[in-house]
Write a protein that binds this ligand. Sequence first.
Ligand code: SF4
Ligand code: F3S
Ligand code: FES
Length: 250
Amino acid sequence: MDVTFRIRRYNPEIPGKDKPYWQEFALNNVNETDRVLELLHRVKWEQDGTLAFRRSCSHGICGSDAMRINGRNALACKLLIRDVGEKVQVEPILGLPVEKDLIVDMEPFFDHYRSVMPFFVNDSPLPADGRERLQAPEDQQIFSDSTNCILCACCTTSCPSYWANGHYVGPAAIVQAHRFIFDSRDQAADDRLEKLAEPDGVWRCRTIYNCTPACPRGIEVTRTIGEVKLAIRKGTRDGVIDPKDIKVHS
Ligand code: SF4
Ligand code: F3S
Ligand code: FES
């Protein structure tokens, strides 16, 4: 089959290309099982070597090739041509500064990520027998979904609240905070909840729900945000959240 790619281009270093513009590329001998990422490679290798985009693993793991494809955020390596049709429009994800073509500056995104303390905190000594800190399977289930996040930014850059205000910490950072807030072995839930209760924290989420269908890992992002909102309302007991307090139905 023949496929046409319409790609948003921008190169601040080349006069005449330093304003965003669209460019079309025709590709033939395309299989319906080809992935969008493979065809971007064909454009780059066969037609225009200056086309710039990020990618690494090609298998939906590294999270580096988030793009807006036919108006929806997705990983280019996970979308097949049969899912998007013969006319494919590709542009950078929204809400972050574009550096070149499909490459955006991810630093504002990672600044929000870093702000929620996305790491395990526990200063108490390890058990005397030298074993690891144990956790019941049902306690692990509470945050299991959040551990699947690959920081691709598909959720945050599909959120209208984030488009309107880049200070909003965004759904990806909240998912990352959720992963540690609800870990029964962690001791910094109160610090994270305090940060997320600030004006640019979870309350900027208006439950618009663009984030959940955008997530390539199938994380229930909106439910996760709801659980953090409830945890802020209910508070913790000595830094520990009672799971009964945060049951949200998505
Ligand atoms: Fe990507 Fe999903 Fe993580 Fe958001 S929650 S950054 S969409 S993997
Ligand atoms: Fe945005 Fe998702 Fe909330 S799209 S407003 S973070 S439910
Ligand atoms: Fe790694 Fe697509 S290239 S997730």
